[in-house]
Design a binder for this molecule. Sequence first.
Ligand SMILES: Cc1ncc(C[n+]2csc(CCOP(=O)(O)OP(=O)(O)O)c2C)c(N)n1
Ligand SMILES: [Mg+2]
Length: 379
Amino acid sequence: MASRTSSRGRRAARPRVAPAPAAPSASLDRTQKLDLYYYMRLTRSLEERLVNLYRQTKVIGGLFRSLGQEADAVGSAYALDRTKGDFLSPLIRNLGAMLVQGAQPLEIIRQYMAKADSPTRGRELNIHFGDLERGFIGQISHLGDMVPVMAGVTLSFKMRGQDRVGLVYVGDGATSTGAFHEGINFAAVQRCPLVVIVENNGYAYSTPTSKQTAAADFRDKALAYGIPGEQADGNDVLATYDVTKRAVDRARRGEGVTLIELMTYRRKGHAEHDNQSYVPEGEIERWAATNDPVDRFVAHLTGTEGVSPDELAGIDARVGREIDEATDLAEQSPMPVPADALTGVYADPPSAEAPWYRRGVASAVTAHERPAAWGTFNG
Ligand SMILES: Cc1ncc(C[n+]2csc(CCOP(=O)(O)OP(=O)(O)O)c2C)c(N)n1
Ligand SMILES: [Mg+2]
């Protein structure tokens, strides 16, 4: 046993063992835990409904699933404080996080069907939309690019003296981009109130993690930025809540950025069209059978929390009703009219006189460049 004598020969004081702090989830009440279950079930069932619509060719573009990752998105988003205006930046596998922030199934289905009354009026698809009021930002598809964006958003919180925290999700693949590095480095040195979640789901498209980074653990990358790095079981909704809540609290206290690696697994392909032929045999089935986040939480609720299966069935029925109602309404929504593509993208065309170099070609401009449907051109 190591001597407990200090270099000056005096016996060092016995280190005080701090009592292990209670996990933040210990203060979640029963209603909040059932809320977590509701959001995980809603995420899964809503995506299943979208698959049905996709197979009926009613979805425009790709369909992205978060099957097996619902706990990671829901538990982490639940750690934000919506009453304080906390803000998150989701990716394609974070439908659950958007639902927690207040996105509605009807908006999601309309968006996937590119309807005229969808949040982006049919110009963008899937869950690529944002709402500054509810605190989720419209995602940029390029990998890692939301990290510098959220560094800026959270720097603005800090500069304005606001008591707000931001959360940005990136995939394991996205951590190997320049944008990820620049964004997290900048946020770290500025001590922005930002939580960076790396969802390690084993794959970036068809590339397994071992083929795109030499690092053993993503949490270790935090060392290079001088920030705390943590790792948690992303398929345990309470564990994802706990690790994120601790990071959110640190950020709110002014202690800057935390990098969190959530261990999970992508049970579906990159998108619905991907047949996952590159996945080793049995891997998906093994995760489904032994590490399904919804099954695990059901076992916890019915075992440890004493929730009856009937009560959970009641929540499932509510989710089913909400999705049915949303589907019916979304199906009735109109498709956008073509001319709508020309409005609201840039500032409407000016009604001012054409510049000198365009004069004399007014008729050509009128006929070919300024269709009447633009609506604001007064000749
Ligand atoms: C710059 C750029 N290259 C490629 C793509 C296409 N793409 C979208 S997501 C993705 C893989 C992302 O993997 P990961 O970061 O691990 O996230 P996951 O899909 O596993 O959640 C790729 C290659 C893109 N959107 N942007
Ligand atoms: Mg991935």
